[in-house]
Ligand binder design. Structure first.
Ligand code: ATP
Ligand code: MG
Length: 571
């Protein structure tokens, strides 16, 4: 049953949920592998975050892809923390990542791994490569290594230490491990080809000296493997079949292949897909960390952030995020997805599920002069017109109510189907009321309306067949729950935050109006029992959810999304 009005979200995006879809290119590869028996019918993927920040919606795409493929092909997906960089990684991030993956609805069961669990094995393999003449200790510092590396158009130069003997290399590497050299003074490098057209193959660094405390291995190590040396071997150790990553790793693949071949170990197939980018948003963890550290947002879970924790706090449901990721699809082409697509996925999900309630965001008091003082009626209200099984509730009606300030206008134009002196509207679930008088303060601001109601119109219909065009929402003044409501706009004012003038940086495009806090909102009393994580439709103003800042006696709600994409009309 679709009772959505015309021009609703459903009409804008179409219901694609039941569309039959063709296989994406990764599924195609997997199905071919299953047919040819390449991996003995196994599908084993992994999601490999670095615990150096909170996950964002781009990671959600990768999570849905990796766990989704495992689900679809009866395989399994590991959660692996790529924790090779102790200076940037923290337990807090590990915990948040687990919470977010779980919240999205995925389960890694007992397959929780850390690259740091493999440090001993990686070290032994490094010794093996040295013994085979495939790795050497290099005395160049970081700047020199960069200088020797050459450019995209010029080959690199051999390190002066490239032809050290195996014995000398073994001894030096042992000393590196024993902490005998200062940070950054030596590295272990793979001996591949300084003239390779692929810069990643120009004797890449495998280990660096870093006397840093690691959040899991403590002070056991003072040399740490580089990501590129650890990543492929971690896949190999976990017997990953399809190692899925984003496009920027395409030209690292020959290096991962080289390591696996040189070591003679299991060799997963790496497949690259394009990253998710959103309009009006930045997605790099480095930038998100800067926003947090510089206090430009209120933490990683600020509802304006593209982090999974931010989306959750904002009122996103896991279903909406998963559906969005499904619709975005998997391709090899870099692009930017309109943030409206994300918002629409939430609108559609909450349209089906959210209870409709009445809440007044900018209250204007109305006294219904002919309604008996002290009388209260409990009026029946429908919880969700999309879902009859959601049933009904009652809302109290009394002589003094609040309506939205913008539902009254002096000298209103004809098409203004709300209140003005002499005009009649329907109060949702209640009665027809006619405005008889407006009260203003000295500055001319409207502070109160006087109305009369027609007792014959209970439930919203007149027995004489008289019609009113407008229906507005309201809340009984004496029963209202007070609340703070936070309205959000895009975090960035420009579609592309990198579109800056002159020397300005991306921060200059932060939207100064991305958060509007309304402190005097009036909610129907049923919302006093709202729970965090449940979305409500406040009639006519959007989808909202309770914020974790709520305390006893102080409700705080976030607007997750407005009812419609207002930008679509503006553009
Ligand atoms: P960032 O560039 O934001 O710092 P990252 O790639 O360094 O992200 P990781 O923790 O290494 O972050 O990412 C874990 C996994 O998520 C990787 O497989 C990565 O390819 C994937 N991923 C990260 N960002 C996106 C994105 N925007 N779209 C799709 N997948 C992503
Ligand atoms: Mg990464």
């Amino acid at each position: 049953m679709n009772t959505a009005p015309p021009n609703s979200v459903d009409d804008q995006v179409g219901d694609s949920r039941e569309e039959k879809r063709t296989l994406n290119f990764i599924e195609q590869i997997i199905e071919d592998d299953l047919k040819s028996g390449k991996w003995d019918g196994q599908v084993h993927t992994r999601f490999p975050p670095e615990p150096n920040g909170y996950l964002h919606i781009g990671h959600a795409k990768s999570i849905c892809l990796n766990f989704g493929l495992a689900e679809r092909y009866n395989g399994s997906c590991n959660l692996r923390f790529d924790d090779t960089n102790p200076t940037k990684e923290e337990q807090e991030y590990v915990d948040s990542i687990k919470e977010d993956v779980r919240w999205l609805g995925f389960d890694w069961e007992d397959r929780e791994f850390f690259a740091s669990d493999y440090f001993d094995q990686l070290y032994d393999w490094a010794v093996q490569l040295i013994s085979d003449g495939k790795a050497y200790v290099c005395d160049l510092d970081g700047d020199q290594i960069r200088e020797y590396r050459g450019t995209l158009t010029e080959p690199g130069k051999d390190s002066p230490n490239r032809n050290r003997s195996v014995e000398e290399n073994l001894a030096l590497f042992q000393k590196m491990r024993d902490g005998e050299f200062p940070d950054g003074s030596r590295t272990l490098r793979a001996k591949i080809d300084m003239a390779s057209s692929n810069v990643n193959l120009r004797d890449p660094v495998m280990y660096r000296i870093l006397k840093a405390h690691h959040h899991r291995t403590g002070d056991k190590w003072c040399i740490y493997p580089m990501y590129d040396y650890a990543h492929g071997q971690s896949d190999a150790l976990e017997k990953i079949t399809h190692s899925i990553c984003t496009l920027e790793f395409e030209n690292h693949r020959p290096l991962y292949d080289w390591f696996c071949e040189a070591l003679g170990i299991h060799h997963p197939q790496q497949i690259e897909f394009s990253r998710l980018n959103l309009t009006y948003m930045v997605m790099s963890k480095r930038r998100l960390l800067e926003l947090v550290k510089e206090g430009r947002v209120n933490g990683w879970d600020d509802p304006r952030m593209p982090t999974i924790s931010g989306l959750r706090r904002r009122g996103y449901t896991p279903e909406a995020v998963r559906e969005f990721c499904r619709r975005v699809g998997v391709t090899k082409f870099d692009g930017v997805t309109d943030i409206v697509q994300l918002e629409n996925a939430l609108r559609e999900d909450l349209n089906e599920r959210a209870y409709r309630v009445m809440a007044v965001l900018r209250p204007l008091k109305v006294v219904i002069e002919n309604y008996p003082e002290g009388q209260v009626e409990e009026l029946e209200a429908v919880n969700n017109p999309q879902d009859e099984s959601a049933g009904t509730r009652t809302v109290p009606f009394a002589r003094e109510i609040y309506i939205e300030r913008e539902d009254y206008m002096d000298d209103a134009p004809k098409k203004f189907f709300r209140l003005s002196v002499g005009r009649e509207v329907r109060l949702r679930y209640a009665y027809f009321v006619t405005c008889t008088k407006v009260i203003k303060d000295e500055s001319g601001e409207v502070v109160e309306l006087r109305c009369t109601y027609d007792p014959e119109t209970k439930g919203g219909n007149a027995p004489d067949g008289r019609k009113v065009k407008g229906t507005i929402h309201w809340v009984s003044a004496q029963h209202a729950a007070n609340a703070e409501v936070r309205l959000y706009d895009h975090l960035f004012a420009k579609e592309d935050p990198d579109d800056v003038e002159g020397d300005a940086d991306w921060r200059s495009n932060l939207n100064p109006n991305s958060l509007e806090t309304l402190t005097d909102c009036k909610l129907e009393p049923s919302l006093a029992d709202a729970a965090v994580g449940v979305g409500y439709q406040f009639e006519r103003t959007g989808y909202f959810c309770l914020d974790k800042d709520s305390k006893l006696g102080k409700l705080v709600f976030n607007r997750a999304v407005s009812l419609r994409d207002t930008w679509a009309k503006v553009k």
